[in-house]
Design a protein around this ligand. Sequence first.
Ligand SMILES: [Zn+2]
Length: 276
Amino acid sequence: MVDKKDISLFQPRKIKDDDIYGKEGYILNLIKPNIYQFYSRGAGCHVYLIIGEDLNVLIDTGIISKFNSLNYLLTTEIGLKIEDIDLVINTHEHFDHISSNAYLRCPIAAHRWAATKIQHTDELITKGKKWGVDLSNLKINIWLEDRNIFDIGNVFLKIIETPGHTSGCICIYEPYKHYIFSGDTLFKGATTNIYESGSISEYINSLQILNTLRIREFFPSHGKYVLGEENVKNEIESSIENAMMELDTFINKLKSKPLEEVKPPPSLYRREEEDL
Ligand SMILES: [Zn+2]
């Protein structure tokens, strides 16, 4: 039993750099007494493991090329087998978040708009082939909607619909402990890209909804996490500001120029390289 004082004193720390797969593998961090982060460098996304009193939950399964690293660190450092994972929640339908789902035998949950794309192998949205990943025959067992809650034992995971980056994006919020897994919706020091099926105005609205929640810490799928209520608020508000600016720029150009001259659309949509 960890008392409140100990939780407030808890310092996130690195457990291990993957010494077998090197930079192709994850860095394992302990970010809370019961939460591990598999930090991905380069291709792929971070994977989070929450050890509840009743269930072990993975937030995303990561890119398939890093699955061996996930399995290795899970087994040797945490002492769990992949069979000990009771539930997967995918933050959205992009290949780098879902492709290792194929190795899991537990129920897999995703927002229903993500589930439809994953179950239809909608490559335009999920982008597997472009990155050499086969996403056929993946199944979503639990189709989520806004405000669904998983009680995993001393941890509640509340689903917050946050469409924008894609239509099926969610954030996963602990409403009593006030931390959130922000997927590709909220990053530190960067505003997300808008991909096929996504929408910049929905993205702005999603951030505005996040801004009404009390959030002490957010854990994104790429880049660094952010601690401290004030810092979280600043990141949300600067993303809202950037997104609004991009949308305004686009609309103003549309008003003053012929349509052909307005393309390409605002830089949130313009991608030099894929960053999912
Ligand atoms: Zn993405």
